[in-house]
Design a protein around this ligand. Sequence first.
Ligand code: UT7
Length: 330
Amino acid sequence: MVRTVIRGVGGYVPERVVTNKDLEKLMDTSDEWIRERTGIQERRWVTTQQNHELGLEASRVALSRAGIGPQDVDLILYATLSMEYTFPGSGVLLQDKLGCRTIGALDIRNQCSGFLYGLAVADGMIRSGLYRNVLLVGSEVHSTRIDLSTLGRDVAVLFGDGAGAVVLGPGEDDSKGLLSVHLHCEGKHHDLLWIEGHGSLFPHAEQVRVIQERRHLPQMDGRQVFVHAVRRMPEVLQEALQANGLSIQDIDLLLPHQANLRINQKVAATLGIPESKVVNNIQKYGNTTAATIPLCLWNALDEGRVHDGSLLAMVAFGSGFTWASALYRW
Ligand code: UT7
């Protein structure tokens, strides 16, 4: 059986570091509140870079680690919720800047679960024999679309900018690679974490009113998101383990979405996974949404935490609600 394998991983975060103390100057918040409630100490925000330019940097690293060039890429999958324009998507901008052939570029709109949704799409295409080298990117520029006044503080302090990328392709044998991806959604909760006022429900004549009512900004019921996240993430991980005849003890490294350090601590405690096996980067990057899991993988590789044969468990939860898990044998 052909399995999808990761041939190269890349990550990129903007140089500009924004600390909690910096945010204290912009809104009524405190370093203590942010650290205690979320675990975040600092995040990276762009100065002038666009979303696809972050994706470009991460992709260059991933391609070079995979030992291939832009001309070898057969398909781009681009997961983001913060694309430059409503249309076209960021994937076509990356195709141009990276210098790929006129290959397909598909944008994935599944927010915090976007990378794992993209992984499922890539897996189907690779295992069916349709494509050999698939470039999957998760990239976000949140900082240009958050309210930096006290009114927006519940959302503003959480998010950071960054990008991660992987090159995927068919493996040599079935002992290594992607074991499974499990995807879910529950759309009745779509309005608990969303940007309401950009879509076709709002005729252009109403845009001024939408902006006055602040409905063009991200809105979140943080408590509800928290409650659902700590239930769904363990559930979908158990589903993946069961489908593969594996148990919690088999997991070598857990790479969870980074929305809140407390969410990840609760998920690990619920499952009985020691913190030494959990990769967290929210402390330095905040929540980078679709970029989070590939950035965690990139960090874990650089820190020497991934070994031949390691079982990696990836899990995400976010807007939609959507949630997903993937198991990968390195
Ligand atoms: O990728 C998915 C994206 N999002 C998430 O997963 C978010 C999940 N939820 C969370 O992480 C947490 O719910 C938050 C960190 C967002 C909030 O923590 P909380 O412990 O649930 O706080 P809360 O919303 O109940 O607010 C407590 C207080 C409120 O003040 P009052 O009403 O008690 O006077 C808020 O107004 O904290 C206030 N508050 C803040 N204070 C200082 C909210 N945001 C801030 C802030 N700084 N940034």
